[in-house]
Design a protein around this ligand. Structure first.
Ligand SMILES: [Zn+2]
Length: 656
């Protein structure tokens, strides 16, 4: 029987089909992950820059300038680590492993782009969306072929260039500012230096210098012995940014754009700009990165401005892929406490959060070191300096910097005490016992005393360098701090009672001047820029609103000169609410006027206003607004406040 060759072929059993390996192998997964890291970093930076420059104008971002190159590096490291992990999954997980690795990688690569572009969308929603899109993207990548390979080749150098150019641009802008400063002629006439020192959150009422029953401020007392002490200096607001903005522009808070969510815009000239243009070397060294960082607008006019530091894992925080989950831990901490009672998880959440946020606690020693390094490295022709220091050590959380000893308080001994110290702002104050308030207040006093000691080290160091002979030192605070002295009032930025407004002010002339005075008049700190330019001899050219305080200590300038009324303004926030926008939504604006030992206080939209006699009632507990004997005084203060604020208050005036 003949069998044709065709039949033979048909009869021969066909070989067992071997399915081609599908998906990406481990090496390709790793290479793709590295490329995804480069792409995510570059795109994230570009998106944020576009948003800041064109879309979210006049909005605070709370980001260091270094994010331009830190973010791409962080993304590259993160995706490289992720790539190694997913490559192992692809290598040992078989077909399913390859399938899963490609989809996870594509989803996570899209996530930072999505989160950066839509920051107000709920984080987990973005995660789900990115994973869904990643599944689709993975299919395209797996089928990709030549066009995908070509795209990777040409895009890689572009993505690499973004951080390199950003780092070069940051460096170049710093060099340019230094060059501009050195190219200006130095001011004539041997004008003195000005050292402007803000002890953030130091209430006058907690200083030995102001009669507190604890010797918390020996350095300030020694400085006051050599200069001018103001017994009642009133901050322009009860929180950081509007107060500092007023110090630097001479404007009232309602005239400025500075708010809880908005920076100081460029519409008002700053003291640093004025002095820089006249040949001063200008430099700022700030520890409160939340509301004094360059992003807030307070750095405008300073040729050198040092704000953020990057210890531990802090450099990674600026990648949104890290920042969103880490900040989510803060909310989780809140939820764990409020809803679930899973207290054992809280230390873990806190620990992880802190590893990425340790840069928030730049202490006074670090600020001093930055300033003294700058001072030592100055080059070029001699020119006087205007230096601004902001210390954050007395601000909550009331934890002593390493190396300091407790003078009045104790180290927390149990989880509740740790909670009180580390999370005081958000602790529900209705549930706090009086002894717990005392415990927290003692810790605050410890921080104030440690800060004063560090200020003393700075003054000693300047003395050794011979700088005190030609330097005016101005020490003050931007607001105080409350511990329930007025019922229900804790922290700052929440009311305008004196515990939050009465701050230290000590002005120390260059050594040998011999000026020593106690000024008992109430002064408002919006007069500081006018005062400083007057001290330096440019009083007649001052572009700043407000009046010089020099006449209060120098009789040649008119004896007890007239000063601005001590107006203070705030749109209070709710310290327990973590979302600032929500915290502000339900709040009405407050204003207060402190004058001749009296305080008038009122709130937007409320017929309830307050009048206190500070001499007889320093705690502001006995409201005299209905006292017929004080009617004339009340009407006078109401009229003055209307004149200063331009009529009835409105919170809209604080939100440009
Ligand atoms: Zn402050």
């Amino acid at each position: 029987m003949n069998v044709s060759s065709t039949e033979l072929k048909q009869a021969r059993p066909s070989p067992v089909p071997v399915a081609p390996k599908r998906g990406l192998g481990p090496v390709r997964i790793l290479l793709l992950a590295i490329w995804c890291g480069l792409a995510a970093g570059a795109l994230e930076v570009v998106i944020v820059v576009i948003r800041k420059s064109f879309l979210d104008l006049n909005r605070l971002y709370w980001m260091p300038r270094q994010f331009l190159w830190l973010t791409p590096i962080a993304d590259l490291v993160l995706f490289s680590v992720l790539g190694v992990m997913l490559a192992l999954v692809a290598a040992f997980g078989g077909q399913r492993g390859r399938w899963l690795a490609a989809r996870l990688l594509c989803g996570l690569a899209l996530l930072p782009v999505f989160w950066a572009a839509f920051p107000r969308i709920y984080g987990p929603a973005g995660f789900v969306f990115a994973l869904g899109a990643g599944v689709q993207a993975a299919v395209i990548v797996e089928r990709g072929g030549d066009w995908f390979r070509r795209m990777v080749w040409w895009s890689t150098p572009v993505f690499l260039l973004v951080p390199i150019l950003a780092a070069a641009g940051t460096l170049a802008s710093e060099r340019l500012a230094a060059w501009r400063e050195s190219s200006r002629p130095a001011p004539d006439g041997g004008r003195p230096n000005v050292l402007f020192v803000v002890l953030d959150t130091v209430a006058a009422g907690h200083l030995g210098l102001y009669g507190y029953n604890r010797p918390t401020s020996p350095t300030l007392s020694a400085l006051a012995e050599r200069g001018i002490r103001f017994s009642r200096a009133i901050a322009p607001s009860s929180w950081t940014l509007p107060s500092h903005a007023s110090f630097f522009t001479g404007c009232w808070p309602h005239e400025l754009s500075a708010g809880w969510l908005t920076p100081l815009d460029g519409s008002k000239r700053t003291l640093a700009e004025f002095l820089g243009q006249r040949g001063y070397a200008t430099a700022g060294f700030v520890a409160n990165t939340w509301y004094c960082g360059a992003d807030t607008g307070l750095g405008r006019g300073f040729s050198t401005y040092r704000d953020y530091i990057f210890p531990d894992l802090a450099a990674f925080k600026w990648a949104v892929l890290v920042d969103r989950p880490v900040e989510g831990l803060r909310a989780l901490d809140h939820d764990i406490r409020q809803r679930f009672g899973l207290d054992f998880l809280r230390p873990i959440a806190r620990y992880v959060w802190w590893r990425f946020n340790s840069g928030e606690r730049k202490d006074a020693a670090q600020v001093n070191a930055e300033f003294l390094d700058w001072l030592a490295q100055r080059t070029g022709p001699p020119r006087p300096f205007f230096a601004f220091l902001n210390y954050y050590d007395a601000h909550y959380p009331y934890e002593l910097p390493p190396g300091n000893v407790h003078r009045y308080g104790i180290r927390p001994r149990n989880p509740r005490e740790v909670e009180l110290i580390q999370n005081w702002r958000a602790v529900e104050k209705r549930n706090v016992e009086p002894r717990e308030v005392e415990f927290v207040r003692d810790s605050y006093d410890d921080c104030v005393a440690a800060l004063d000691e560090e200020l003393g080290r700075l003054v000693d160091d300047l003395d050794r360098r011979g700088q005190l002979e030609n330097t005016w030192i101005i020490v003050l605070s931007d607001h105080g701090e409350s511990f329930g002295e007025h019922p229900g009032d804790f922290g700052h930025g929440t009311t305008l009672y004196q515990t939050e407004l009465h701050v230290p002010l000590v002005v120390v002339p260059p050594r040998g001047t011999g000026t020593r005075k106690l000024v008992s008049e109430t002064v408002g700190l919006r007069d500081l820029p006018a005062t400083i330019v007057d001290i330096l001899g440019w009083g007649s050219d001052s572009p700043f609103p407000g009046r010089s305080l020099v006449g209060l200590w120098d009789s040649r300038k008119g004896g007890s000169g007239e000063v601005s009324p001590a107006l203070a303004e705030v749109v209070p926030t709710d310290p327990v609410e973590p979302d600032l926008a929500k915290a502000m939504a339900a709040r009405a604006a407050w204003s207060s006027l402190t004058r001749n030992g009296w305080v008038y206080l009122r709130r937007e939209g409320s017929s309830f206003d307050e009048l206190y006699n500070l001499d007889a009632d320093p705690g502001e507990l006995s409201n005299l607004v209905a006292d017929p004997r004080e009617h004339a005084r009340l009407e006078e203060m109401r009229a003055l406040m209307n004149q200063l604020t331009g009529g009835p208050l409105s919170r809209d005036r604080f939100q440009p």
